[in-house]
Design a binder for this molecule. Sequence first.
Ligand code: PDD
Length: 286
Amino acid sequence: MSRYAYVAGRYLPQAEAAVPIEDRGYQFADGVYEVIAVEDGRLIDAGPHLKRLDRSLNELRIPRPMGDRALGIVLRRVVALNRVRRGMVYLQISRGVAPRDHAFPREVQPQLVVTAKRLTLQPPHLVEAGVRVVTIPDLRWARCDIKSIALLPNVMGKQAAREAGAYEAWQIDRDGNVTEGTSSNAWIVTAGGSLVTRPAGNEILNGITRTVVLELVRELGLAFEQRAFSTAEALAAREAFLTSTTSHVLAVTRIDDMPVGDGVPGAFTKALRQRYLAHLAAGSGR
Ligand code: PDD
């Protein structure tokens, strides 16, 4: 089945969809994106994703190409055209197409591109055994809170993980603390049973999954702290896990070849994963 994309105001077979070579996304990574999960054909947490999109656009002073209603229609149409029941929709907005010049062009229209693809459930062995992460220096810029398409350090980091046979790389700041994964947020459970994740700030992307899991943590009445934690603290932790739109809640059972806790997914991670899957199944619009 051919895949469809939305580009320059049209729905086209992906093979025919193209952007001009002077798109500033292509030349300067001057754009932002979102990845939204699709469950049972419905967008999950579209509201918070579009709110974060607005924030990213505002920070980069890129105007919104269309309002929430119209954007929702485009996203749902691309999902339907690609017959995605379970998967993800990707949307990218660049500042637009203009002759190459670093400063903002005087007249330019933001360019929206939307694609969608099917994803199957995570392989059961990853969920059952948990995954391994490697640690790498965080080489990124000072505005990781913006979901920008400039992802070169993330790409290099994920490749380093792949070559090490790991699922993800946890990026470490100059103080020796974990910022986040290359495409996921990082969490630990302390020996005392408190959940710890880095506070939302310029050093991390404030994940929508992270926000939902924090709500679930509150609902369950679990102790939690939003603060930085070091690699050493993660290795001494009872449990560790990561969160993202596509990985959900996934146990991290090894860091740099050393086991975390018992080296198997722990009770907190399992409980939060179950709760998160229920949230997906409910197709909640929170
Ligand atoms: N990645 N941190 C980074 C650097 C990310 O790229 C992502 C998401 C997250 C988790 O955010 P959320 O829970 O909203 O998915 C954290 C997406 C899935 C991606 O780039 O494909």
